[in-house]
Structures are given as C-alpha cells and as structure tokens.
Design a binder for this molecule. Structure first.
Ligand code: B12
Length: 432
C-alpha cells in the first residue's frame, strides 16, 4: 500500500498550497515497501514474483487477481483499505498473507481478513507461509517467535529488481534494525526494536550497488529507526559509502552532533539530511517520554548548539516535533515556530501525538479514557487528532497544528529557515 495518508480536510487543503509542506510528502510518497522486497528475496525457488502497489482501497491493480498468493504489508493508517482489498481477493479465490507493523500487534483482527497472518519480522517465516499456501493449508497465524531469529548479519539483497522501471525518486536500504531507546509513542519499537542490530557495512554497500545497477544516480533513504547509535561503526559505514558517490538521508538521534569526525565523514559520504526526533523544544514535556534512561529530556537543554553543529558541517536537519505531548498547552505552537526559526532548522516536521496500537502510549491513553475513537486505526496518520490532550482541547490542538503549518511552511518562513544554511555552506566553500 503506497502513498501518504491524512484526513484533516483543512490541513490537506493547506498542504496543497504550501510549498514546504507538500515537498517532502511528494518526495517520500513513492517509496517502495522494503519489507515486501525482503520477503521476495526469501521466497523459495520455483515461484514467479511480482511487486504491485495500491494507493487506496479500490486502487489495487487487476493483475493481483491472477496470483495464487498475495502478500500485503500493513501500517495502521491504511489497514482498513488493506483489509478491504484482502476481502475482495479472498472472495475471488486468491490466498492472502498479511504482515507488517499493524497486524503484528492486531493479529486477531487481521485473521478476519487473511488466510495467513504473520507476527513479527518476516524473513524466516515466509518460506513456511509459501509452503502452507502451496499445500492449500487452512488459515492460520505464524509468529516469528517460533522461528529462528532473523540474523541481521546475513540478510539477502532485497529484490529491488522487481521494481523494474517504475518512476521511484528514492530507494530504501536498511543499515540497522531497531533502536536502543524506548520512546513510549514509537510504533517501530513494538517489533523491530526488540534488540538494536547493525548490519555488516559490506552488506549495506552490496545492497546500494544492487540499486546502482538499476539507476545511475539513486537517492538513498536509510529506512532505519536510528542509524548512528554506534559511532565507530557509523564512521566505517561512511568511509565505505564515499566511493559510491550517492546522496542519502537518514534518521538518527542528536548525539551525532557530539562527534565532529563522524559529521564530516557523513557529509563527505553524501549525507544530505538527517531527520531527528526532537519532539519538544522545552524539557518538561520530554520527562519520562523515553522510558529507558530519560534520554530525550537529558539531551534537550543542548538541542540548539547541537543542531547548529550538524548544519554547520553541511548537513541539513529535519527537526521533528510532536504536538500535544502531556504538558503541552496552547503556547506550544508558538514555541515550536520560534525555536525552528531561531536555530534555524532547514526542515521541520510537525505531527500530532498519535496512539498507535501496541505502544505503551496507546495502552496508557486507553486506560485513562483519553482515546476519542478507539480502534480508528485510519486516524493513525500522525496528522489526525484522536485523543484528549492534557492542557488543551482536541480542537485547539487541530487548530494549532494548522496555524503552525502555515507559520512554518509559507514561502517566507521556509526562506528564513533555509537561507542561512546556504550562506554558511557558500562561505565555508570560499574559505576552504
Ligand atoms: C519507509 C517508510 C515509509 C514509506 C513506506 C513505503 C512502503 N510502501 O512501505 C512511506 C514514505 C510511503 C511511508 C508512509 C507512511 N508512513 Co511510514 N515509515 C517508513 C519507515 C521509515 C521505514 C519502513 C521500512 O521500510 N522498514 C523496513 C522494513 C524491512 O520493515 P517492515 O516494513 O516492518 O517489514 C518487516 C516486517 O514488518 C515484516 N512484514 C512486513 N510486511 C509483511 C507482509 C507479510 C505478508 C509478511 C509475512 C511479513 C511482513 O517482514 C518485514 C521484514 O522483516 C518507518 C519507520 C520504521 N522503522 O519502520 C515508518 C513508519 C512505518 N511509517 C509510519 C506512518 C505513520 C506512515 C504514514 C501513515 C504517514 C502518513 N501520514 O502518510 C504513511 C502510511 C502510508 C501507507 N501507504 O500506509 C509509522 C507506522 C506505524 C504504524 N503502526 O502504522 C512508522 C513506523 C513511523 C513511526 N515510527 O511512526 N512510510
């Protein structure tokens, strides 16, 4: 299932008119599903494989009805669309397997719509699913816990070749799985975060080379949760990326800023942007949000100089803020705007606090009776408010989100945030 999801009509209307807001959506919306490309690479020999995309319910290509088995990957926001497609496929006699982040935490729900439901990482489970389908085995669930754990040191090359010449402007590669931190809102941690695992640098290079055989100048997006946890490994990764002459983007935490040699290697290796979850400009609402060692609250007093250090090294930062954290009142919108302009942040991503199923946040808000419509997974878009914040109303949060969207992404504001970066890089070049 491809494309971006949001339901707030006013926000969508705004998005259509604000350049900075639509820019990234357009860039990322076309990313392929890396999970499915990994499954394809783990399919036993002797099967014909095809990769298809459906942008929404009813948009599935007709060819998928000719398949014997269709594997669908799910995120929460599109899961009802995915279920509807699965129902139609099964009614037409096609077997359906569903996996991915959503069904891994809502397996019973998915079992109403799929023949085979897979919980957890798919690589080692998938061959058994294919066999079950071949044998016409009855519907059942597969839990990755019952299989060998996936060895991140021996992952195959995802079957990028199945994408053929579709017009993707970016390709995803994973350098690691999981994240050592435990943010209570994080929906990736529910599965991939069981343990943080780095891949061998040579395998990452091998995968990028596979993409380069298909596209001359691919832009690479590392589909990691937190790439540079291990700084020495990160330096080695960058050293080996330099000869590939690629441009890339990744998600990492702010501690990269404390390692100047790493920052320079990242820049030399083609890093164009790092996306960093800052979550809130002030420390208070960050208290307890990272549940292992309160990392985010500890880092926040030095956000400003660390962000500047990264951008001064020639790497733009996309700073992410979550609006409506416990403790946020209606002043948060202005605080974020001021902070973003003061740094200034080249890119900013604002989302509303989103209770994804399977997260500690969801359980907590449900227990506190704060979820407005429980089970409305289609609202898990990061842009639609489906809970009661502590210090403002849900409606104030929606309005504040729109106000901030206008404030951050207007042409004037975007220019204000970006011009200093370009001037700095130009000056640096002249000086160098
Ligand atoms: C790349 C990415 C995208 C791409 C997705 C491209 C695509 N078609 O898949 C784009 C930019 C389009 C995207 C969009 C969105 N995204 Co996004 N995205 C990511 C990101 C950064 C990486 C995903 C990835 O490639 N992982 C690597 C692969 C290998 O892992 P995987 O997909 O989980 O697959 C493994 C298992 O899940 C399993 N598996 C998966 N599918 C299947 C299927 C079967 C049959 C089987 C057996 C196994 C199986 O096996 C795979 C291998 O082990 C994650 C963060 C993260 N780290 O997960 C967010 C993330 C997945 N996105 C998220 C969100 C919210 C969205 C949007 C709703 C945002 C929006 N408002 O539009 C949309 C939804 C789009 C849609 N169509 O559904 C959330 C989802 C949380 C949730 N529970 O739903 C995440 C976790 C970010 C976050 N922390 O909030 N996203």
């Amino acid at each position: 299932m491809s494309g971006i999801r949001a339901h707030d009509a006013e926000l969508l209307k705004l998005g259509l008119t604000l350049p900075g807001f639509v820019e990234r959506s357009k860039t990322v919306a076309s990313l392929p599903s890396l999970g499915l490309l990994y499954l394809a690479a783990c399919t036993p020999a002797g099967h014909e494989l095809r990769y298809h995309e459906a942008e929404a319910d009813g948009k599935e290509p007709r060819e998928i009805y000719d398949a014997d088995l269709v594997a669908i990957s799910t995120f929460s926001a599109q899961v009802f669309e995915a279920y509807a497609i699965a129902d139609r496929l099964r009614a037409a006699g096609v077997k359906v397997a569903m996996g991915g982040l959503h069904v891994s935490v809502c397996a019973d729900e998915a079992a109403q719509h799929a023949d085979y439901v897979i919980v957890g990482e798919g690589e080692n489970v998938w061959p058994s699913v294919v066999r079950a389908a071949e044998e016409g085995a009855p519907a059942r669930m597969f839990d990755s816990i019952d299989f060998e754990p996936v060895n991140a040191g021996a992952l195959p090359v995802p079957r990028y070749d199945l994408l053929e010449d579709r017009p993707y402007n970016r390709f995803t590669v994973q350098t690691s799985r999981g994240c050592p931190w435990r943010c209570d809102f994080c929906a990736s941690n529910v599965m991939l975060g069981r343990k943080y695992r780095k891949r061998p640098v040579r395998d990452v290079v091998r995968d990028i080379r596979a993409i380069q055989t298909m596209r001359h100048h691919p832009f690479i997006e590392f589909a990691d949760d937190n790439t540079f946890v291990d700084k020495e490994w990160g330096k080695e990764l960058c050293r080996q990326l330099i000869p590939l002459h690629i441009k890339w983007f990744t998600e990492t935490d702010i501690t990269v800023a404390d390692h100047v040699e790493l920052l320079h290697l990242m820049r030399d290796a083609g890093c164009r942007q790092v996306l960093i979850g800052l979550e809130s400009p002030a420390q208070g609402p960050l208290e307890g949000l990272e549940m292992r060692s309160n990392a985010k609250a500890k880092w926040s007093p030095r956000y400003l100089d660390r962000l500047r250090r990264i951008q001064d090294a020639g790497i733009t930062v996309n700073g992410c803020f979550i609006l409506g954290l416990d403790g946020h009142d209606a002043t948060i919108f202005e605080q974020v705007l001021d902070f973003a302009i003061h740094v200034p942040l080249y890119d900013v991503q604002i989302t509303v606090l989103t209770p994804f199923p399977g997260t500690p946040l969801y359980d907590r808000l449900l227990k506190q009776g704060r979820i407005i419509e429980p089970g409305r997974w289609d609202l898990c878009t990061l842009f639609d408010v489906n809970y009661h914040p502590t210090h403002m109303t849900a409606q104030e949060l929606r309005q504040g989100m729109r106000w901030l969207t206008r404030g951050l992404y207007s042409d004037a504001s975007t220019q204000l945030r970006r011009t200093p970066f370009f001037s700095h890089v130009r000056q640096h070049r002249i000086a160098g």
